[in-house]
Design a protein around this ligand. Structure first.
Ligand SMILES: [Zn+2]
Length: 240
């Protein structure tokens, strides 16, 4: 079996995707885009060998095509959920870096579909877990174990409030402490979680979620202070 024969899409075909790429490169062929999207990513977050083979061409189109940008972003985001694609993903490293730059640039314009693009950007930086769990909610809540005592701390990081609490199964909050920011001179962040905040989020339009990385949480039970993103990432980051 040749390398080309291994590059199948969601229909098991190998020749159709290159044809469709030719069509979308020539003109804005909406029907071709639609079929391309179905063949490279399907409803469930899955990608296929053909998805990675198409990625360099999609990234080249992404500078002038929002549809290509979105499709390339979805492919990279869904890569974490696709078994056995590590080698294919590694072969796309240069394209993924370029895609990250394009997404960063696009996010500076604060597009309406900001969250989707931000998730794609996180995926290009291998923050697959954050790309999956980031919530678009005024009261987004994330649970993480306190690193100093045996209690689960729930962080509420929304547009209305930011605080840490112990949330019961009945969703009642027991105790609570406002979240603080890590001062610039504090000890450096450990791990490689969301501490490398994408530069496009440095503005003010996305104040809560974008600053999740720097939130210092306080355990309501033992009063220990810890960096929320580091603990959450360490506890939840999948092996890729
Ligand atoms: Zn504690």
């Amino acid at each position: 079996m040749t390398d080309r024969e291994l590059m199948y899409d969601s229909h098991g075909d190998t020749a159709r995707v290159p044809e469709l790429l030719d069509r979308v490169e020539r003109d804005h062929d909406s029907a071709a885009w639609h079929e391309l999207e179905r063949r490279l990513t399907v409803g469930a977050p899955l990608t296929f060998p053909a998805s990675f083979a198409a990625l360099p061409r999609l990234v080249r189109l992404a500078g002038s095509s929002s549809r290509a940008l979105g499709l390339a972003g979805r492919i990279v985001r869904y890569a974490a959920a696709t078994d056995g694609c590590d080698d294919l993903l590694e072969n796309c490293t240069a394209s993924i870096v370029e895609l990250g730059s394009l997404l960063d640039e696009e996010l500076r314009a604060r597009p309406d579909h900001y969250l989707d693009l931000f998730r794609y950007l996180l995926a290009t930086r291998q923050q697959y877990h954050w790309a999956a769990v980031l919530q678009d909610s005024p009261d987004a809540a994330y649970r993480v174990g306190c690193p100093h005592c045996p209690v689960d701390v729930t962080m509420v990081i929304g547009s209305r409030a930011q605080y840490s609490t112990i949330r019961t199964e009945q969703l009642n909050d027991v105790g609570g402490a406002p979240c603080g920011r890590r001062p610039p001179s504090s000890s450096p962040a450990r791990g490689d979680g969301c501490t490398r905040r994408p530069s496009a989020t440095a503005g003010t339009h996305w104040p809560r979620r974008s600053s999740t990385s720097s939130v210092r949480a306080e355990c309501p039970r033992c009063a220990a202070l810890f960096t929320f993103a580091d603990e959450y990432t360490a506890a939840n980051r999948p092996l890729v």
